[in-house]
Design a protein around this ligand. Structure first.
Ligand code: AMP
Ligand code: MG
Length: 324
C-alpha cells in the first residue's frame, strides 16, 4: 500500500493546524465517539467532492453534517420543538437528526444529494468538538473508509483503508462507541429511525414517545436495503446466530458462555455480556478477522435489545453483502 497519510496525535497544535487545512478545503480523517470520520468543510463543494472521491461513495448517498453546537446549525435547519427536546436529551452525542433545511442553508447540495432535508449531529468527542470550534464551520464527515469497507474505529484502520488517498489522520485513540450514530428522521409528522445505533429506541421513546422504523434518505432509494450501494462486505463468508462450527471458522462470541467449541479461533465481543462493550468491539474484531486472513466468520446469537438492535443490523447487512 502506498500509504502517504500522516497520523498526527490529537494535540492542541495539530488540531489547530488541521482546522486551518479544513478551512482551506482539504479533507482529513478525524476521531469521533462513534467511528472515525472523513471530514471536510460542508459549505465548500470542492471539499465535499473530495470526500466522495476518496471514499468512492455514490453521489446519491448524502452525508451527515457535524456542528459544534445546536446554535451553530440554526442557519441551516429548522429546529422543531421535537428536535429541541431530543437535542436537550442526547447532544452532544451519537444521535443524528434529519431536519428540514432552511432557505439560508449553507451546506453544499453535493453533501445532501439534492434533498431538502439535512442530517445533523453534535458530536461529543472532545477532539471533534475542539476541531469544530476551531474551524468554525460545519463538517461533513462520513465514516473514514472506502465505500463497502468496515467503518474504522482506530487511526491504523483508517490508514489501511484510505492511507493512500488522504494527507492526514488525527489520532484520538480508539472510538468509545464503535458503531455509527443512530439516525432519526424528524422532518415529517412521525419520527422514524433510519439507522439504529447506541441511542436506542427505548431511549428515544422515553423522551419523545413512540417512534417507527424507516428507510434512509438515499435519493431514488430502491426498496430492498443494500441494493443501491454496498454496505460493508466482509472478504469471507459470514454466518449469524451460529452454535456449531464449520471447519476453519473463526468465532465472534458474545457473553459468558457456554461458548461453542471447535472453532479455529475465538474473539469474544463482551465476556460479561455487555451490549455496549460488544458494539465498541464489533468493527475492531471484524477487522482483526480480516487481517488474520480468516476464511470464514461465525457470529454467536446477540440479543436484539438496546444497542444489540444496531449490532444485529450491521451484522445482517454484512452477511447479506458477502462478495467472496
Ligand atoms: P454515513 O455517512 O456512512 O454514516 O451514512 C450517513 C447516512 O445518513 C446514510 O445512510 C444516508 O442515507 C443518511 N442520510 C444523510 N442525509 C440524509 C437525509 N437528509 N435524509 C435521510 N437520510 C440521510
Ligand atoms: Mg459509512
Amino acid at each position: 500500500m502506498n500509504n502517504k497519510a500522516l497520523i498526527l496525535p490529537a494535540e492542541t497544535a495539530n488540531i489547530s493546524t488541521m482546522a486551518k487545512q479544513l478551512q482551506a478545503g482539504d479533507i482529513a480523517a478525524i476521531p469521533t465517539e462513534t467511528v472515525y470520520g472523513l471530514a471536510g468543510d460542508a459549505t465548500n463543494p470542492a471539499a465535499v467532492a473530495r470526500i466522495y472521491t476518496a471514499k468512492q461513495r455514490p453521489a446519491r448517498n448524502p452525508l451527515i453534517i457535524h456542528y459544534a453546537s445546536i446554535d451553530a446549525m440554526r442557519e441551516d435547519v429548522y429546529i422543531t420543538p421535537l428536535a429541541e427536546k431530543l437535542a436537550q436529551a442526547f447532544w452532544p452525542g451519537p444521535l443524528t437528526l434529519v431536519l428540514p433545511q432552511t432557505p439560508t442553508c449553507r451546506i453544499s447540495d453535493l453533501a445532501t444529494a439534492g434533498l431538502d432535508t439535512l442530517a445533523v449531529r453534535v458530536p461529543a468527542h472532545p477532539v471533534t468538538q475542539a476541531l469544530l470550534t476551531a474551524c468554525q464551520r460545519p463538517l461533513a464527515a462520513p465514516s473514514a473508509n472506502r465505500s463497502g469497507q468496515l467503518s474504522p474505529v482506530s487511526a491504523t484502520q483508517v490508514a489501511a483503508s484510505l492511507g493512500d488517498r488522504i494527507g492526514f489522520i488525527l489520532d484520538g485513540g480508539p472510538c468509545e462507541r464503535g458503531i455509527e450514530s443512530t439516525i432519526l428522521d424528524v422532518s415529517g409528522d412521525i419520527p422514524h429511525i433510519l439507522r439504529p445505533g447506541s441511542i436506542t429506541e427505548a431511549m428515544l421513546t422515553f423522551v419523545i414517545g413512540p417512534v417507527q422504523y424507516g428507510q434512509a434518505g438515499v435519493v431514488d432509494a430502491p426498496k430492498a436495503p443494500g441494493m443501491l450501494y454496498r454496505h460493508y462486505a466482509p472478504a469471507c463468508p459470514l454466518r449469524l446466530s451460529v452454535d456449531k462450527p464449520i471447519p476453519g471458522e473463526t468465532l465472534i462470541a458474545f457473553g459468558p458462555g457456554p461458548i461453542p467449541e471447535g472453532f479455529a479461533s475465538v474473539l469474544n465481543l463482551s465476556p460479561q455480556g455487555d451490549l455496549n462493550e460488544a458494539a465498541q468491539h464489533l468493527f475492531d474484531y471484524l477487522y482483526q478477522c480480516e487481517q488474520s486472513g480468516a476464511t470464514r466468520i461465525a457470529v454467536m446469537p446477540i440479543p436484539s435489545e438496546g444497542v444489540g438492535v444496531a449490532i444485529n443490523e450491521r451484522l445482517h447487512k454484512a452477511a447479506e453483502a458477502v462478495v467472496a
